[in-house]
Design a protein around this ligand. Structure first.
Ligand SMILES: [Zn+2]
Length: 218
């Protein structure tokens, strides 16, 4: 981890992580939370991770189109806030569940990765809006959102566990689209996030992910 100049001038400094560091931070966070899974897994029980790490979860009305926010406090413990709208219509909607889960994991990643820069900047909160961060890849170049999305992927699709599953499913001879759908279903995450995670692990190539975007979900 390094502190560098912030090119966006939003903060006095930007924090810079190697991707491997983010994987490690996610793994440590899951270990500290005792690896809670939903129905024995592989999907990570993100609510329980947040709870076990001692972060307060606050379900509160946020400005329109904002799904979640992380508030940094003087005590050093961040408060993770999510919109009550995320809790609507969860039953029978894997997509909505994935959206709630990815928002929680994204905000948790801010809490884990960005306390230091926030303390220096004396800024209170980071927001996740539907427009800029509703989909995992759709950040507009803000380094803190990019890092939070990497953290979100690393928490919900832990490197070793996810790779083992992905290679097993892929060996079973599934094509790319069913592979992504199967993994998204098992890990309870979005299709686009799954496709990008697979690409980040070199299990899918950029060309294969581009083909998926033509199916309308990446
Ligand atoms: Zn964010």
């Amino acid at each position: 981890m390094l502190l560098l100049e912030d090119p966006t001038k939003t903060f006095p400094k930007r924090v810079w992580y190697e991707k491997a560091e983010i994987e490690k931070i996610a793994e440590t966070c899951l270990k500290n939370a005792d690896w809670p899974k939903i129905d024995k897994g592989p999907a990570i029980d993100i609510d329980r991770v947040v709870e076990r790490l001692g972060f307060d979860l606050d379900i509160r009305d946020l400005p329109e189109s904002v799904l979640g926010t992380t508030i940094f406090t003087n005590t050093g413990k961040a408060i993770i806030c999510v919109s009550p709208a995320l809790y609507e219509g969860l039953e029978n909607s894997p997509g909505r569940r994935a959206r709630l889960r990815s928002t929680l994991a994204h905000e948790l990643a801010h809490a884990l990765l960005h306390a230091e820069v926030f303390k220096e900047a004396q800024k209170g909160a980071m927001c996740r809006s539907e427009a800029s961060g509703g989909e995992e890849k759709a950040y507009k170049g803000e380094w803190w959102e990019y890092q939070a999305n990497l953290g979100m992927s690393a928490i919900l699709m832990p490197e070793k566990l996810f790779t083992a599953y992905a290679l097993k499913v892929k060996v079973d001879g599934q094509w790319v689209d069913p592979l992504v759908r199967t993994l998204a279903d098992r890990f309870e995450v979005g299709l686009a996030a799954t496709a990008y995670r697979l690409m980040g692990m070199n299990i899918l190539s950029p060309d294969e992910v581009r083909d998926l975007s033509e199916l309308g979900y990446a």
